[in-house]
Design a protein. Structure first.
Length: 138
């Protein structure tokens, strides 16, 4: 396969798989940690209205969704990429970081969560995924 096409495919699949992992965790997180009574977590408006009821435990699953979505997307991109594997892993981290910044703007979460999420869930997870992908390639 053409190297450029393979690299484009790596980015596209990394974003799709990472986004899918993120959404699966978010969609099923209520099964592990139930949201506060009466809070609609399915819309940004519902979150805005009920975020004041959230306890620290309610932020665990969104953080894991962001971190694991980024990790799996970056890992896949690095594994598929024909060249510059770490750069492609980091590119996925940057794409997801932009999404995280968008979420910070739309959802009024506490500052401690926003900082933790933006600093730890995206670029470090992409870097870690890239390192794992490089090691597994031999």
């Amino acid at each position: 396969m053409n190297l450029i096409l393979k690299n484009i495919l790596a980015v596209i699949l990394g974003i799709i798989i990472g986004g899918t992992v993120n959404m699966l965790i978010i969609n099923y997180s209520g099964l592990l940690i139930a949201p506060p009574e009466g809070v609609d977590t399915t819309t940004a408006e519902g979150l805005k209205e009920g975020i004041h009821l959230f306890e620290p435990k309610h932020y665990l699953m969104p953080f894991l969704a962001h971190a694991l979505g980024t990790f799996f997307g970056a890992y896949l991109a690095a594994r598929i990429a024909a060249t510059h594997k770490m750069k492609f892993a980091m590119a996925i981290g940057c794409v997801f970081l932009l999404g995280g910044i968008g979420a910070v703007v739309m959802i009024p979460a506490p500052l401690w969560f926003n900082i933790t999420d933006l600093v730890l869930a995206y670029i470090p997870m992409a870097w870690l995924a890239g390192r794992f992908a490089l090691k597994s390639n031999g």
